[in-house]
Design a protein around this ligand. Structure first.
Ligand SMILES: NC(=O)c1ccc[n+]([C@@H]2O[C@H](COP(=O)([O-])OP(=O)(O)OC[C@H]3O[C@@H](n4cnc5c(N)ncnc54)[C@H](OP(=O)(O)O)[C@@H]3O)[C@@H](O)[C@H]2O)c1
Length: 239
């Protein structure tokens, strides 16, 4: 796909709302969006170190926004406009402090952002989910991911792209020993994951970010799910 100036997804302009800009994938997406000329609205719970004239970084109180009935995130973003929303939010049970706290981020905060995105003009949503996300999955993590996907469907975005990567490969400052070990071992098993099992392969976070930025440019409407092969295919279109 030729690289040119970004299209204007709505008459309000081509601004992208990015949730999770301080994370591994979110940070890579942010760099790529800014390099490609997109204006970005990236609310985070801590100020980003990055400064850029096309980056707006309102800071919200994470503890407060998770309380039932709190509207502080809506208030913070009221009056903003965006055409596309990218969600790279997420945590782990260990980091969040338990199953309920994990679901409060990976489902509830995601869906809070989804509602706000719709209200500020977003027509195209891109959600980072996970391979294996399914309402009847054996894993709580994967059921929560599926609930976030299903909740997104209720917002009636004209276009939705769900990305379901496997284990992400990439450097993060945070210490996650189990993830680090899996990052070393899983790629060794890739030859054992052919055909339909290829979707469980580990994938570079940078490739996922490339795919996200390529998909931001996609027009049309519909509900699209991208797994390992689809993510790699989309990523090639960014180059
Ligand atoms: N890691 C994997 O191997 C893997 C595999 C498949 C799918 N995924 C999914 O892919 C997505 C991106 O993963 P990632 O590894 O890039 O994520 P990450 O590095 O852990 O970043 C997650 C983002 O969510 C934000 N966040 C977490 N808890 C928050 C809270 N309580 N309030 C506000 N913001 C909060 C983080 O903000 P702070 O920087 O302030 O913490 C950060 O911006 C996630 O949905 C993840 O579940 C990951």
């Amino acid at each position: 796909m030729p690289v040119g100036p970004p299209p204007s997804p709505t008459a309000d302009g081509s601004r992208v709302l990015l949730s999770g800009a301080s994370g591994l994938v979110g940070g890579l997406v942010l760099d790529r969006l800014l390099a490609a000329g997109w204006p970005v609205l990236a609310p985070t719970r801590r100020p980003l170190a990055l400064r850029h004239d096309r980056l707006a970084n309102p800071v919200f109180d994470a503890g407060r926004v998770l309380r039932a009935g709190d509207r502080s995130l809506d208030t913070l973003l009221k009056g903003e406009r965006a055409g596309v929303w990218i969600c790279a939010l997420g945590t782990t049970r260990a980091k969040a402090g338990g199953a309920a706290a994990f679901a409060a981020i990976d489902r509830d905060l995601v869906l809070r952002f989804a509602g706000i995105a719709r209200r500020i003009g977003v027509r195209h949503a891109l959600l980072l989910s996970s391979v294996g996300a399914h309402p009847r999955a054996g894993s709580f993590y994967l059921r929560v991911k599926a609930e976030a996907e299903r909740g997104l469907a209720e917002q009636n975005f004209p276009r939705v792209d769900i990305l379901r990567p496997g284990l992400l490969l990439g450097e993060r400052s945070e210490h996650r020993p189990v993830e680090r070990l899996a990052q070393r071992l899983l790629p060794l098993l890739h030859p054992l994951l052919p055909g339909p099992f290829a979707r469980f392969r580990a994938i570079e976070a940078a490739t996922v970010a490339d795919a996200v930025v390529a998909l931001v440019r996609a027009g049309g409407s519909g509900w699209f799910v991208h797994e390992y092969a689809g993510i790699r295919e989309a990523a090639k279109r960014r180059a």
